[in-house]
Design a protein around this ligand. Sequence first.
Ligand code: SAM
Length: 212
Amino acid sequence: MIRRLEAQGITDKRVLEVMGRIPRHLFISNALWDHAYADHPVPIDCGQTISQPYIVALMTQALQLEKGDRVLEIGTGSGYQTAILAELAQHVYTIERFAELSEKARKLLTDAGYTNISFRVGDGTLGWPEEAPFDKIIVTAAAPDVPPSLLEQLAEGGKMVIPVGGRQLQTLLALTKEHDKLHREELCACSFLPLIGREGWPDQETWLQHLL
Ligand code: SAM
């Protein structure tokens, strides 16, 4: 997987080293272990996915993490990306809307010895105002627009990586907040599951009820 990531253009040695060390298969059900290191997303519980390794590496590299960083992650999912962030930053605050996924990730990462991760169940589009500002914010689900609450909770000089676009196809953005202005870099086209919440997409049920 690491040689493939290098061939795909991932250059940050710290990202490659950490991804080479963290056993990705432990975040996936045994029945899917054959796919754990393959170049595609893999299903996890609650109809969600663990992102493709290349996208995980690209997003992590774009954050330019430093050891003292406080990071907000939206979409804990399996906890795989959370573990990578926890290795490279000081503290990770991670929010997941499904309690079942959050609990599973909390158990796995606590058993693995991580002590620098705080977990929350809820609507991550609203961020974690009590712990703001954050040096880095990573959103691992697709938003129609950048949620204003997350922008507000990003520190001056901070970076946010987020897929923004339609429900099926998006552009992965790296945003830097400089003197209250936003510098925007487009990383690649991507396809994430939707970010469901007050400042994201309505959930499918509410959406259907609205149409009927
Ligand atoms: N980073 C995860 C990993 O390494 O396994 C994969 C994340 S998965 C592609 C997207 C996650 O975002 C799902 O677990 C989904 O439930 C979660 N999600 C969607 N909308 C959310 C919201 N408003 N707040 C928190 N989590 C949300």
